[in-house]
Design a protein around this ligand. Structure first.
Ligand code: ADE
Ligand code: ZN
Length: 350
């Protein structure tokens, strides 16, 4: 679906943040474990009697000075160790969903990393039950349409991914797709060719992190070997003109995460982020928060800081929100209904 363009009147830069907050949007790239705020980590550690190697919330926050993806992942996995019970997974997801609703996120497709939990003895059922219950409540109580995507950890083996898929299949109606995350460099998409082929046969949507720190070759193999429908991050694609052409022609959405890229030193500052270059090349780029508790902001913060740093306009704002609905895994009628809401919000704002 190529969303018909809604022409947007320019507005002064000082009114952009209000527009960015007001516009309905979809979030397509956020790891639910990355929404665990330090306060909740400490509360769950106490509730579950789990020891964590930080003296206080402030002490933990001070550790959030990352130099690359791996330096973040080490702390992210340590934070997730406080999650043990179904209620913990519910509380984590509910806290995120309330913040999403406040940011006018009306559709969210949340990643979860079951291997981070099952390898600590937490059952797949505990994880999925808690997250799913929060998704059901989000629809009923917040008007947020929430879905789950199971991610395989790429630093582990394909055999481990297959075992995880087997454990998850009894709950297959509770997640809409599978993804690939964790340490990118040295773990190319090809490593997971067979498990993705199996997930495709099973009818799951397919996404993968590629081109966050890794080369354009990883984006090519996510497309051609894994046959993903969306690329998570993909910002390294601008280094390869042929790849840019392919992504534009096939309308493959890129789920870009500007504050994540800044905090993990993918770009030296937000002003040098390539989001505008991706949009100008006609790619279906979107804005997302990735791991909002660790990277300094949820959806609207990502939009507001990125627009302020790069000079993107109201027309770009409409395009990014329209792209988020186009890239979402809902049917064509639901996409049209979302875009109608988007256009109405822009008309009301003008
Ligand atoms: N897991 C959580 N956040 C991630 C990211 N930005 N890249 C890869 N794996 C992740
Ligand atoms: Zn991510």
């Amino acid at each position: 679906m190529n969303t018909p363009r809604h022409t947007v009147r320019d507005i002064p830069a000082d009114r952009l943040p209000a527009l960015l907050r007001a516009m309905p949007k979809a979030e397509l790239h956020m790891h639910i474990e990355g929404s665990l705020e330090p306060e909740l980590i400490f509360a769950l550690a106490q509730r579950n009697g789990v020891a964590i190697p930080y003296a206080s919330v402030e002490d933990l926050r001070r550790a959030y000075a990352f130099t690359n993806l791996q330096s973040f992942l080490d702390i992210y996995y340590a934070g997730a160790s406080v999650l043990l019970k179904e209620q913990d997974f519910y509380d984590m997801a509910w806290a995120y969903l309330e913040r999403a609703a406040a940011d006018n996120v009306i559709r969210t497709e949340m990643f979860f990393d079951p291997q981070t939990h099952t390898e600590r003895g937490v059952s797949m059922q505990t994880v999925i039950d808690g997250l799913h219950r929060a998704c059901v409540d989000a629809r009923d109580k917040l008007g947020v349409d929430a879905a789950l995507i199971l991610c395989f950890l790429r630093h582990l083996s394909e055999e481990d991914a297959f075992a995880t898929l087997e454990q998850a299949l009894p709950y297959r109606d509770r997640f809409i797709g599978v993804g690939l995350d964790s340490s990118e460099l040295g773990h190319p998409p090809e490593k997971f060719a067979r498990v993705f082929a199996r997930c495709r046969e099973l009818g799951f949507h397919l996404v993968a992190h590629a081109g966050e720190e890794g080369p354009p070759a990883y984006v090519w193999s996510a497309l051609d070997v894994l046959k993903v429908e969306r690329v998570d991050h993909g910002v390294q694609s601008t280094k390869d003109p042929a790849l840019m052409k392919r992504l534009a022609q096939d309308r493959i959405p890129l789920t870009v995460c500007p504050l994540s890229n800044l905090k993990l030193c993918v770009f030296p500052d937000l002003g040098q982020h390539n989001l505008r270059e991706l949009l100008d090349a006609g790619l279906v780029a979107t804005v997302n928060s990735d791991d909002p508790a660790y990277f300094g902001g949820y959806m609207n913060q990502n939009f507001i800081e990125t627009f302020a740093a790069t000079g993107l306009t109201a027309q770009h704002a409409w395009q990014l929100a329209a792209n988020s609905f186009e890239g979402s895994f809902v049917d064509a009628a639901a996409k049209r209904a979302y875009v109608d809401r988007l256009n109405a919000a822009f008309d009301a704002f003008a």
